[in-house]
Write a protein that binds this ligand. Structure first.
Ligand SMILES: [Zn+2]
Length: 145
């Protein structure tokens, strides 16, 4: 595994401080997950990166079930399928607004105080849902009708 797109690699999706600290081997080991990561990157993350114009850091990408449990993720988390990535942001609302304005095919975009969760389903319709984590108290994105 290696490069996915101009600015993203599979390694960035596997990186995890928690995995390292707990001795969990967090590697993408199925074609399904690899395909999901590639689709998320090519349809959402790379176009967002191009428009943003600055590096985007993945806080948490793929999570093997063991890692997902270790970080307290929901059992049905899209991170387990390789369909989600949390992108670090000083001003998450700006990144979220850009993704919305670009009309990117995210399934869910969840705004947290220090990052934005983006998901993209490998199969089926993208819901284009915009959600706010309960710990996020900042302004909301501006939507157009
Ligand atoms: Zn997430």
């Amino acid at each position: 595994m290696g490069t996915i797109s101009k600015n993203f690699s599979y390694r960035e999706f596997e990186e995890s401080e928690t995995a390292k600290a707990r001795g969990i081997t967090n590697v993408i080991s199925s074609f399904e997950v690899r395909d999901a990561v590639r689709e998320l990157t090519n349809t959402v993350l790379q176009p967002l990166r191009d428009a943003w114009g600055l590096p985007l850091h993945i806080n948490s990408g793929y999570r093997c079930p063991k890692l997902n449990a270790a970080v307290g993720g929901a059992a049905t988390s899209q991170h387990i399928k390789g369909e989600a990535a949390d992108i670090k942001a000083e001003h998450p609302i700006k990144l979220a607004q850009l993704a919305y304005d670009l009309g990117l095919p995210y399934d869910q975009m969840i705004i947290y105080p220090t990052f934005v969760h983006f998901s993209h389903k490998l199969h089926g319709e993208q819901r284009r849902q915009v959600l706010y984590n309960k710990s996020y108290k900042g302004r909301r994105i501006t939507t157009k009708k």
